[in-house]
Design a binder for this molecule. Sequence first.
Ligand code: ADP
Ligand code: MG
Length: 214
Amino acid sequence: MSASNPQMKAYIQAADAVIREHAEEVAALDQAIGDGDHVANLQRGLAALETVAEELERMDWSAAFQKIGMSLMRSVGGASGSLYGTFFLAMSKAMKNKDMNLPNLADAFGQGVEAMKQRGKADLGEKTMLDVLIPVANALRQAAQESWDLAKTLETLNQVAEAGCESTRDMIATKGRASFLGERARGHIDAGARTSQLIIGAITDIVTKNSPAA
Ligand code: ADP
Ligand code: MG
């Protein structure tokens, strides 16, 4: 079992960069149907992760996911902080004594999404980040079961994340602050779905660039 993951800092920096690049857009999305703080919440979380990035690189995946979950819970706050925290703590539990590979990642990601669903009592179609994360979890599971190659896996993950994000536009929200708006939430993409999709895109980009075939 590998006791380090040297890409961790690059992943965190890429997530931070893509969120910074889209900060105004995301702020506007959350202003339209939430309370406007989502991008600031997330940026606080990513800044906290940057301060521990080198430490994370020396840990195995399970320990790193645990530290990420605890840091996010503490630094992000609000509804999304506990949801992100729950996601990474469940990933940590699933990765205990396991190597990082597609089947193990698919299993851990699935457990993370399951834990988030339970924590927020939400599911697909409620105009949240789960509309990105659930399709991504399903695609990862399918990729593992059918032994897809890396290129097909990464491309599909991006596609389902983008489609999932876009799917929130026409939904009404039944969970979170946007649910107070009823029909008025229709026509706006969910901010948390957009940031999840942006981060998944940034991380798959790095994996693509670092893959031997690239
Ligand atoms: P807060 O709602 O406390 O202001 P943020 O603004 O940081 O927190 O995050 C809002 C995002 O959290 C929403 O855009 C949505 O994607 C996500 N969200 C809210 N409630 C839930 C839930 N029950 N399950 C999953 N995601 C949720
Ligand atoms: Mg908010």
